[in-house]
Design a protein around this ligand. Structure first.
Ligand code: 4AD
Ligand code: MG
Length: 430
């Protein structure tokens, strides 16, 4: 019977056939241990010379890394393996022989591995990371569907900037200028006025000349937008959502977290509610921690965010930033208009900002004033003003960066391994 590695627990004691690849191998005169992978997982195949025909044992000894094959054998329990099962092999059938596979079990440098990303994806660690990414995506759809949101897809080719003009990717749109989307937010605000609670999930682009462990040129963002929800309502939704995805990964990706040696005790603690600290208090905290140079009105850098996060054992919201360092659409605090009703959610363990969000300006006159201050005009922006002209309501939204969230949950060093084919400052291939 044909099966796959994720289903072997249903076949204990039975003879089954797997289609797969040889990930690694160890052999002596009498026994060969084949590390097999089939896309759904990894399993050890044990080939005992005395139990198979000569041809099979010779093939087991000769077969090269990443050759493809059909393997037939009996599934048995094995408490020592991460999977909990292994296969006692009866028969091997070579499909295609791989010659000189470049990624060997020895250590390779990051650049070499990145150049071979199309093959590196097959490795145990990368496989675990992509499974965790998939679980975060799956749990995201489940969470927002259960909460009554509908998914709305904003365009990728746009005429406007949502987050500032310095990081826009320019392209020609026939005779016009176009830009790759930095954020779908402006469109999601239109969608919220049509459907109430909406979310998007898609690629976004930032021509940022940053080369840090947190920055990608192309990354995926989840952007919910909610009519009739204020800043506080939005924070509550955010902490529920982040708790939900972390707990889903803990529940459904145990093998992967083990493969990555992730300390899961730190994740178990990630349950709503999350602590909140105002920008003002964050500045004070930084001064206490010896960051004497930062002054009110300046934005936080990675070291500041890490220092703030260290004071908490869960993700922490930093709220009420100065208006002048945030986007044009954020609603001023009515009691203190120099700050806005916004929050960044900072992940623990130095992973930095994973969510940026705010209540939006719903007043037409104030938005017109912001347009003047930010020199926004023309057909790319006129439609957005009309949302404030026809039945404007209080509304809020946020954007969660998928790769930063996956990097944090998986406990990896750099966001480049949290996306299948990363686009980085100096990397467009593979
Ligand atoms: O804080 P940002 O720029 O917020 C927005 O784009 C809002 N319009 C979202 C909204 O309210 N609908 O980006 C949101 C998140 C960040 O918190 C971060 O997680 C991620 O997107 N992000 C990046 N991830 C990887 N590489 C980059 N260069 C990123 N820039 C932002
Ligand atoms: Mg931000």
């Amino acid at each position: 019977m044909k099966t796959t590695i994720d289903k072997v627990h249903e076949h204990v004691g039975e003879e089954v056939t797997l289609g797969g690849w040889l990930a690694n191998k160890r052999s002596s005169g009498k026994i060969a241990f084949l590390q097999l992978r089939d896309g759904t997982g990894f399993i050890q195949g044990v080939v005992v010379k005395a139990e198979v025909n000569e041809e099979t044992f010779e093939l087991a000894k000769r077969i090269t890394q990443e050759s493809s094959l059909y393997v037939t054998g009996t599934i048995v329990k094995d408490e020592r393996s991460p999977l909990g099962y292994e296969m006692h092999v009866k028969k091997l059938e070579l499909i295609h022989e791989a010659v000189d596979y470049p990624i060997t079990p020895k250590n390779h440098g990051t650049e070499f591995l990145m150049d071979h990303r199309h093959l590196w994806l097959r490795s145990r660690k990368q496989h675990a990371l992509m499974k965790i990414r998939n679980e975060v995506i799956r749990a995201t759809y489940e969470f927002f569907n259960e909460q009554g949101f509908i998914k709305v897809d904003p365009p990728i080719l746009t005429g406007a900037s949502a987050e500032g003009t310095t990081e826009l990717f320019h392209t020609k749109y026939f005779d016009e200028d176009a830009y790759l989307s930095q954020s779908g937010q402006l469109y999601m605000e239109a969608a919220a006025m049509a459907f109430g609670k909406v979310f998007s999930f898609g690629p976004t682009f930032r021509a940022e000349k940053s080369k840090t462990r947190r920055h990608l040129i192309e990354f995926w963002m989840i952007e919910p937008e909610m009519a009739f929800m204020d800043h506080e309502d939005s924070l509550e939704l955010q902490e529920q959502y982040v708790s939900y995805i972390v707990q889903s990964v803990l529940k459904n990706c145990q093998i992967e977290l083990k493969t990555l040696d992730r300390d899961t005790s730190k994740l178990e603690n990630v349950q709503a509610p999350f602590p909140r600290i105002t920008y003002d208090d964050a500045i004070k905290l930084l001064h206490e921690k010896g960051f004497d140079d930062i002054e009110w009105g300046e934005d936080f850098g990675a070291p500041h965010e890490t220092a703030i996060a260290e004071s908490f054992d869960k993700p922490v919201f930093i709220t009420h930033y100065p208006a002048k360092i945030k986007a044009f659409y954020m609603k001023p605090d009515p009691d203190r208009p120099e700050v806005v009703l916004c929050a960044d959610l900072i992940a623990p363990e130095g992973y930095g900002e994973i969510i940026g969000g705010s209540q939006r300006i719903d007043d037409l006159e104030l938005m017109e004033k912001r347009y003047e201050e930010h020199h926004l005009h023309g057909p790319a922006y006129e439609w957005y003003l009309e949302l404030r002209k026809y039945g404007s309501v209080p509304h809020s939204g946020f954007g969660l960066g998928l790769e930063r969230t996956v990097a944090w949950i998986a406990g990896i060093e750099h966001v480049r391994e949290a996306i299948p084919f990363p686009r980085l400052l100096n990397r467009l291939y593979p």
